[in-house]
Design a protein around this ligand. Structure first.
Ligand SMILES: [Zn+2]
Length: 372
């Protein structure tokens, strides 16, 4: 809360003393799992047939989309996603990226777009063996190129993690190589874990490698005592949309953070959803839990705690916000600079970004129509 205790992120966290935050300001919000490459996907052509389960949603929707991306599409997708994050009061994104036909340089394209808009970003390329190619030492050519992109970006001073798509699309050698690369760069691994039943054996495959600085995304099908180290990122809207089930994140001993899985970066919306999903499962649930998950973002990207959002509403506490929709940022200050004033970006022309993104979306959709 922002009062006599100051404006740091830690002070904004629930204090347990039932104080109401009657200030319209908070630190910058953090999205702990995003896919900026999905910003152009809205309204995309229907898949060749209707997906009947989660594995088909991956194959028929997302894995076709990522194959269709080139770096120009990615640039405007990231610009649009970063702009929409700021317009939602989110100043820090932890992104997870895949574009198998345009791997090299992709993380720099995303980082540069975020920097241009004024959003902090942590980037990772999702290594996977699902695209095949020749194998050397149990690592496919596609996975090797993904590892190289993470290495190139991090070695060049980029802020990020080592990305891995998921254990169920990666060989044991690829998993070991990603874990080793992360240690070499002093960062964690950002990986989808047990989102659907197909990945339920992820704990066995990852347990010997996982560390507290890993991001374990979803965890829907994890056992309570899964034994993995790291922060679990809960993405309630995405989980509902994919009909994979409820992760019940309050059961885990791990820290829990909130992400959107690429459906925007409106973290107050995600907080509200996390709360009602929790409540639906347990009528005694309090919004303090989802609020704490939102606050875990500042442990992952502490620099966002120094950003300031001035909101259109002045009761920025969990019980008020859980039932108040449409709260929007009026001003956003990142690293001392006003990057959003009266709800409008000071860095970029929002109309221009939307127009360029729409142009690239048309290119993307045309390419998707041509794909088998
Ligand atoms: Zn994801």
């Amino acid at each position: 809360m922002v009062d006599s205790k100051g404006s740091s992120a830690g002070a904004f966290l629930p204090s347990g003393d039932d104080e109401v935050n009657i200030s319209p300001t908070t630190p910058g919000l953090v999205c702990a799992h995003h896919h900026l490459y999905s910003a152009l996907a809205r309204g995309m052509p229907a898949p060749p047939r209707t997906p009947r389960e989660f594995s088909e949603i991956l194959e028929l929707v997302w894995w076709r989309l990522d194959r269709a991306l080139d770096l120009e599409m990615l640039r405007w997708s990231a610009m649009l996603g970063a702009l929409e994050a700021l317009e939602s009061g989110c100043t820090a994104l932890i992104d997870h990226h895949e574009s198998p036909e345009a791997i090299e340089g992709s993380l720099s394209v995303i980082a540069d777009a975020c920097a241009e808009v004024g959003v902090r970003a942590s980037c990772a390329y999702g290594v996977t063996d699902r695209h095949g190619g020749g194998r050397a030492g149990g690592i496919s050519e596609g996975a090797r190129r993904g590892l190289d992109e993470n290495d190139r970006f991090l070695a060049g001073g980029g802020q990020g993690m080592v990305g891995m798509h998921a254990a169920f699309t990666s060989s044991d050698d690829t998993i070991a190589a990603a874990a080793e690369l992360a240690i070499r760069h002093g960062v964690g691994v950002h990986v989808h874990v047990a989102e659907g039943p197909a990945d339920a054996d992820a704990p066995e495959r990852l347990r010997q490698h996982s560390k507290p600085d890993w991001l374990l995304v979803h965890g829907v099908h994890l056992a309570d005592d899964h034994g993995l180290a790291g922060t679990i990122v809960h993405n309630p809207r995405s989980n509902m949309n994919n009909a994979v089930g409820y992760a019940r994140p309050s059961r885990f001993a791990n820290p829990v953070a909130l992400g959107t899985d690429g459906i925007g970066a409106a973290m107050l919306d995600e907080f509200r959803l996390a709360y009602v999903r929790h409540r639906e499962d347990d009528v005694s649930a309090s919004p303090d839990d989802a609020w704490r998950w939102l606050g875990t973002g500042w442990e992952l990207m502490p620099e966002a705690g120094n950003d300031t959002i001035t909101w259109s509403y002045d009761q920025m506490d969990p019980w008020s916000l859980a039932f108040t929709t449409g709260v929007r940022p009026l001003e956003v200050v990142v690293d001392g600079e006003v990057v959003l004033r009266d709800g409008v970006s000071t860095r970029v022309d929002a109309g221009e970004v939307r127009a360029r993104a729409a142009e690239q979306a048309r290119r993307l959709f045309a390419r998707l129509e041509e794909m088998p």
